[in-house]
Design a protein around this ligand. Structure first.
Ligand SMILES: Nc1ncnc2c1ncn2[C@@H]1O[C@H](COP(=O)(O)OP(=O)(O)OP(=O)(O)O)[C@@H](O)[C@H]1O
Ligand SMILES: [Mg+2]
Length: 269
């Protein structure tokens, strides 16, 4: 970390827009993530959450505005040097991974920034790390299973282990709990909670549709609707019934019980 205050910024978006076919998918978003913060992005289908994550992972260059990731400004930095510092787990990546590769290989190849390939030359150290991450995600019994045969939940946990493999400074998770059953969700939330509460873990940004999926240890929320920021700040302040109702466009009541959140619609009058 340097003297410059900007250096402690994990992510700094200033007036960022992503325009496609005359439409703003992301609309003048200014947002800053500081070291140690764990953010949740909430918003309805089509709000621009995944598009925003693609910007944050340096895979999408915005039409307008400036983006700094881990202190490096997009457009000025070699993204191939930046990308290994960012761990991404989302559906788009799962689709690119070879289905016949084993779970262990799937995680191990991330160390080399590859989506395929198996070499004799993998370090014993790397293999140890891959096994440790898979263990942490509860995937110990699946090391030799082919990636393509995994259930939704097993696949998600493998992807998170894979994203951690490059020892990223920033971890981006796009709907990690989507498609999981109740037990699977609770298990993942618990594991993400442990990760979020670990001071040595990377900065985290997680996209979700459900406040029930916000793990303990997450600190901030960004709410977006139609590409625009509706609210951004600490969960305790911004995750209110009023904000959530505006975000999803219907009357909602949000409650915090212990270190978890719930939301439900108001009964019809
Ligand atoms: N390349 C593109 N060209 C035109 N429109 C696009 C393109 N990519 C995405 N969109 C549109 O941009 C909007 C935002 O998409 P995005 O995937 O970011 O939404 P999201 O908030 O992640 O939604 P979901 O909750 O369904 O995953 C959607 O209406 C989508 O159809
Ligand atoms: Mg999405």
């Amino acid at each position: 970390m340097g003297d410059n205050a900007l250096m402690s910024d994990v992510l700094e978006l200033a007036d960022v827009s992503v325009l496609r076919e005359g439409r703003a998918l992301v609309d003048q978003v200014s947002w800053s993530v500081k070291e140690g913060e764990r953010w949740v992005i909430l918003g309805p289908n089509g709000a621009g959450k995944t598009t925003l994550l693609n910007v944050a992972s340096s895979y999408l260059f915005p039409s307008k505005g400036t983006v700094a990731i881990l202190g490096e400004q997009l457009g000025k930095v070699d993204v191939f040097e930046l990308r290994p510092r960012i761990g991404v787990a989302g559906i788009a990546i799962a689709e690119k991974l070879p289905r016949r590769q084993t779970v262990l290989q799937t995680v191990l190849t991330a160390a080399y920034g590859m989506t395929a390939g198996w070499h004799e030359s993998y370090d014993a150290i790397d293999e140890q790390r891959a096994r440790a991450f898979l263990d942490r995600l509860g995937m110990n019994d699946y090391l030799d299973r082919r990636f393509g045969t995994l259930s939704e939940g097993e696949r998600k946990r493998t992807l998170i282990a894979r994203a951690l493999m490059s020892d990223p400074e920033l971890l981006l998770l796009d709907e990690p709990a989507a498609g999981l059953d109740l037990g699977g969700r609770e298990d993942l939330v618990r594991r993400l909670g442990r990760l979020a509460s670990d001071p040595a873990a990377p900065s985290m940004i997680m996209v979700t549709h459900h406040v029930e999926e916000i793990a303990p240890g997450f600190t901030h929320v960004l709410m977006i609707r139609q590409g625009k920021v509706l609210a951004a700040g600490p969960l305790e302040i911004e995750l209110t019934s009023r904000n959530l109702s505006r975000c999803f466009g219907l009357p909602l009541v949000v409650e915090q019980s212990g270190d978890r959140w719930t939301a439900r619609g108001l009964p019809m009058a």
